[in-house]
Write a protein that binds this ligand. Structure first.
Ligand SMILES: NC(=O)c1ccc[n+]([C@@H]2O[C@H](COP(=O)([O-])OP(=O)(O)OC[C@H]3O[C@@H](n4cnc5c(N)ncnc54)[C@H](O)[C@@H]3O)[C@@H](O)[C@H]2O)c1
Length: 435
């Protein structure tokens, strides 16, 4: 440790007698808070949502990966408490920020949630304190915005505050990899910041991977998600080409996947969703432009993936015409799976919502089934049961997300026409079409 205050905080962390605060108690923040309490540290969860805070304090989880037992247990042991009151931050020796980082309507990064959290917390910071930003953002945010806004109120780096970035890699609904067993990349604005953040996170995750700076850590996350967005776009484009050439892309991918090296399997779909993959690459390309650098891969991937719902509508129109002799307008269509990916309830940026909007514009009578999403208020729609009569009454069933526990065989047996956008059905049937 290079500094006196760094050594003080290190000793405090080593003693185990510290309080952690996590700002933002959503998909990222609540699991982080739970992991911290599992390691025996006391944790304060700060959120602006009174509903979430009340539910958390009652031990009622609203996040799919956290059970009521785990949350209730942490509350009962006195290790966890949620609050809307920022003054509670005064008790914290370390603070992680896990607030949203959306895009503005103009598709520029909206880091106002980070700024608002910093504005509210900075007057209560107890010195010395470690601040770790976990929200995904463009390279430079931690140093320029976080450290910058702390300096504005006189909090000095390596003395009063230590500042780092650690990308959150949580994959909601993933039963194998979770916060504890997914390596945590950490990069500080100063050497002591990196060291302290690694020391602390090493207490509750299995493996920490330090990098040379906060900007490197920010870039790691953007590389990971750009890699996914670009590869999904590549396979989507291959699918568009195979559709034109009448080649089954799913069998092509399955066969290519038998190569034990040099190939990684990605599958086509109706578009990309969630809070990360559609947004994060745009954070990077926005920042790159300020260096006069134009990210062609990102722009192309955004274009291809963003147009997938239109292709699905086009294909459905063609199939209704060819298979059933019907027009899209006035048809009854059931979307199966509204969440952006299987076995979770998250609707953010879900391509199924884009499909719904497009089909509605074309005068389609729409229904949906999703066991994880019982109601979608913005669409004024409720999940419809998938019984034989309902399936038979549809002109087409669109498989939009491949949730488990859906009786796909029953759909196959009774539907007049199926368009499978997720590769659920690998077999052949005269009423079945895939992307
Ligand atoms: N969801 C994921 O799978 C995932 C994965 C990796 C990274 N991330 C990143 O993590 C960050 C958080 O995402 P999330 O999915 O947890 O979002 P979320 O919407 O689930 O949770 C964010 C929480 O922050 C709260 N909040 C907003 N402004 C606040 C403020 N000023 N003070 C306190 N609380 C505030 C909201 O009420 C909400 O409960 C984003 O930057 C996202 O890109 C998300």
């Amino acid at each position: 440790m290079n500094t006196e205050h760094g050594a003080l905080l290190r000793d405090k962390i080593e003693s185990g007698d510290i309080t952690f605060a996590v700002i933002g108690q959503g998909y990222v923040g609540l699991p982080l808070a739970m992991e911290v309490t599992e390691a025996g540290f006391s944790c304060i969860g700060v959120d602006i949502s009174e509903d979430r805070v009340a539910q958390a304090n009652e031990g009622k989880s609203y996040i799919i990966d956290i059970s009521d037992e785990q949350l209730g247990g942490a509350v009962e042991k006195g290790l966890y408490r949620a609050t809307t009151d920022y003054s509670e931050v005064a008790k914290a020796d370390a603070i992680s920020i896990c607030v949203p980082t959306p895009l503005r309507k103009t598709r520029d990064p909206d880091i106002s949630y980070i700024q608002s959290a910093l504005k509210q917390m900075r007057e209560y910071i107890t010195k010395p304190c470690l601040i770790v930003l976990e929200s995904t953002t463009y390279p430079g945010t931690t140093e320029e915005i976080v450290a910058g806004m702390l300096a504005e109120v006189g909090l000095e780096l390596d003395k009063d505050v230590f500042v780092a970035f650690s990308p959150e890699r949580v994959d909601p609904g993933n039963a194998t990899y979770h916060l504890k067993n997914t390596p945590k990349v950490i990069g500080g604005v100063t050497e002591d910041s990196t060291e302290l953040a690694c020391l602390l996170y090493g207490k509750f995750v299995d493996h920490v991977h330090p990098v040379g700076s906060a900007a490197e850590a920010e870039m790691v996350k953007l590389l990971e998600n750009t890699f996914r967005a670009v590869n999904i776009a590549l396979v989507n484009e291959m699918m568009l080409m195979c559709d034109r050439m009448d080649i089954n892309i799913w069998r092509v991918i399955e066969a290519a996947g038998t190569k034990p090296f040099g190939f990684m399997k990605f599958t086509p779909g109706p578009g990309i969703g969630g809070h990360c993959i559609p947004l994060d690459p745009t954070y990077l390309s926005w920042k790159a432009k300020s260096y006069g650098f134009y990210n062609r891969f990102i722009e192309l991937a955004t274009d291809i993936n963003g147009n997938m719902p239109r292709f699905v509508v086009q294909k459905l129109t063609r199939l209704l015409n060819d298979h059933s002799g019907k027009a899209l307008k006035g048809s009854k269509v059931m979307l199966v799976g509204m969440a952006y990916k299987p076995n979770i309830d998250d609707l953010r940026e879900s391509p199924a919502l884009d499909l719904w909007a497009l089909l509605e514009q074309w005068g389609v009578e729409l229904y949906y089934h999703d066991d994880f999403v019982s109601e979608i208020k913005s669409l004024d729609a409720k999940s419809t049961p998938l019984d034989e009569e309902t399936i038979k009454s549809m002109d087409a069933v669109l498989i939009t997300t491949n949730h488990r526990h859906v009786d796909y065989e029953n759909i196959l047996k009774h539907a007049e026409l199926i368009l499978d956008t997720r590769g659920v059905y690998q077999g052949k049937s005269e009423n079945l079409y895939s992307l």
